[in-house]
Design a protein around this ligand. Sequence first.
Ligand code: TRP
Length: 332
Amino acid sequence: MSKERMLTGDRVTGKLHLGHYVGSLRNRIELQHRYESFILLADVQALTTHFENPAMIRDHLREIALDYLAAGIDPEASAIFVQSMIPEIAELTVYYSMFVTVNALRHNPTVKAESKDRGLDEMYYGFLGYPVSQAADITFCKAAVVPVGEDQLPHIELTRKIVRRFNELYRPVLVEPKALVGEMPRLVGTDGNAKMSKSLGNAIALDSAPEEVDYKIRKAVTDPARIRKNDPGHPDVCPIYAYHRAFRPEGEAEIREGCEKGLIGCTGCKQLAVTALERLLEPMRERRAHYAAKPKRVDEILLDGTSRARAIARETMREVREAMGIDYFDKV
Ligand code: TRP
């Protein structure tokens, strides 16, 4: 029996950081051999917010590919591909958009939150519709599972609705995907903000140098109630505790107790967190250096992934056209 497919991806707007790793990347790496895996560099979706600066997207494309490879995505197991190079995704988006209402998109909580963050009083058509395009990203390869962060759940829900509607209107050719959310809660930023994000300046990038990791952890906020080392602490409000939980789970109970009883100071606790992060990041630096020295190899990986995705997209598109009865001629 052939494997089910897994698809996920990232907007090409900036380098990946620890929040991406905990939210989705770690899951992908663990699951990539269990499924036939596809990882999309969402450059078109990045354009919905950065159409004035496509050069920025271009600059980040290979950086994110390096982040994937460095983090442990195996290019044999996972097809890493470029969204804009799969025209069938754009084509599917058009067909799906016929039966998605503007209201459903307007009430999508993630779209709402993002447009509020951007402070625009009018929404662009492409931005409002990006969840439809995301449904096309997921369905072109009939993905069964989509590892994502929690904020993406409304998009997966919409995708499922689109699939059901399409299958019932025409013919059952599409597959309803399941979201796979990481076990860990979303990773907090070094400033204690609930979300680690590059734009908030509270992120630790996966390609950070050791000094940078050390500096950011040293500067990170901790429980404000702890002024002296033996003051009892509240790990649940401390980002450093969250990092212990995510990256050093074997020591979590000890850290909790040490903090709550004032037995371990913030400086010592931070040092342990740095060591745990280095355990994760050091092998990534090595793999990154390996691939960074071979830019041609990275391009080959992207081309190979894209052509694997494209072959499947062509096949799905053929089935979709046939189901809709818009396959007028065998060839043009
Ligand atoms: N919206 C996702 C993000 O902001 C990126 C993305 C685009 C995606 N297409 C996807 C995620 C398809 C999962 C599946 O990170």
